[in-house]
Design a protein around this ligand. Structure first.
Ligand SMILES: [Fe+2]
Ligand SMILES: [Fe+2]
Length: 328
């Protein structure tokens, strides 16, 4: 039997399970709860405290697992924060597919459904944005990055283009989710390398926007705007970026948006050589670091949005890589 991993916290508690849950015991999967059983919140807490972070679910029950997440994300009895949590878990499953499944076309199509859910969530509930920003997961850096960049890109596109153009918001969310898809083609050892990259390795990493464009070229259903976001997300407003050194409005509008979302997420997340800073510090750093890097109008708009959204009231111990609170 084949399995996939899910986070312990992503399981709906105190209601009958829609799928079987296995635990790894002595390196082997062992049935822990079967479909229809009820898992209590207390039991999950105890498991988590004892270092149990992952369940295994049989691969042929994947649709049932995704269905249960969807149900929870729409359950009116759940708080906005809980709905956001289940939506984010769904996003991780899709991003995992985007980076690991052999045939990319069907998983990109599936991801479009997810982005629609995210756009609907972010535009329908006033607390949704801050709720999705509060949720950070402490593992899977690349996956987390793609999901967060997608959320920030939607938030920012909303600011610039308004709610009326759902199509644009969808394109923005999808571009955020897919912006680093070209890394599929780069050696995983290089992507996850903790020590500094050699010149050749760096050269290879810098090809990921082109690789991304090549992947998406073959999928006609992807909006051109999204394809340009992927290809141009490392271009700088002042022409110092790559791969083509485009400048100002030579760079497509959504690519200028995702460039801001990308750096903002990197700064607010713990990485090998960077301790996460809070959003206010991140904005200050982005402003001072290289004034010509970002589109000044979009940057200003994001700056205001962050101020408005958070009111600068971050918890003093905020750390986006820990499951703790972000805001006071
Ligand atoms: Fe990138
Ligand atoms: Fe990125």
């Amino acid at each position: 039997m084949q399995f996939f991993e899910i986070r312990v916290n992503s399981v709906i508690t105190n209601a009958p399970l829609d799928f079987d849950l296995f635990l790894t015991v002595g390196g082997k999967p062992v049935l822990f709860r079967k479909t229809g059983d009820v898992l209590t919140r207390e039991r999950v807490k105890i498991l988590f405290q004892h270092g149990g972070e992952k369940f295994l679910v049989p691969l042929d029950q994947r649709t049932l697992y995704l269905g249960s997440l969807k149900k929870a994300a729409h359950n009116p009895e759940n708080s906005t924060e809980e709905k956001g949590k289940f939506l984010k878990e769904t996003a991780f499953v899709h991003v995992n597919d985007l980076f690991t499944k052999k045939d990319i076309s069907p998983v990109v199509t599936e991801a479009e459904g997810l982005v629609e859910e995210m756009v609907n969530f972010l535009t329908s509930d006033i607390n949704a944005t801050s709720s999705l920003m509060r949720l950070s997961v402490h593992d899977y850096y690349t996956y987390n990055h793609c999901v967060d960049v997608s959320v920030y890109s939607i938030v920012l596109a909303r600011r610039i283009y308004g709610d009326s153009s759902k199509e644009v918001l969808m394109a923005a969310g999808l571009g955020g989710l897919l912006h680093d898809i070209g890394k599929r083609k780069v050696d995983w050892g290089i992507i996850n390398k903790k020590s500094p990259l050699t010149t050749d390795e760096w050269k290879e990493v810098k090809r990921h926007p082109e690789y991304g464009r090549e992947f998406l070229e073959e999928i006609p259903a992807i909006p051109d705007r999204t394809k340009l976001m992927v290809y141009e997300h490392h271009e700088n407003f002042d022409g110092t970026g790559y791969p083509r050194g485009l400048r100002e409005d030579q760079i497509s509008g959504l690519a200028r948006i995702v460039a801001i979302a990308d750096v903002f997420d990197a700064l607010t997340t713990d990485r090998s050589y960077h301790k996460a800073v809070n959003p206010k510090e991140a904005m200050d750093m982005m402003f001072g670091m290289q004034p010509g890097k970002f589109d000044p109008d979009i940057f200003q708009s994001f700056n205001k949005k962050i101020k408005k959204q958070t009111g600068m009231e971050f918890a003093p111990d905020f750390d986006p890589c820990q499951p703790g609170r972000v805001f006071k």
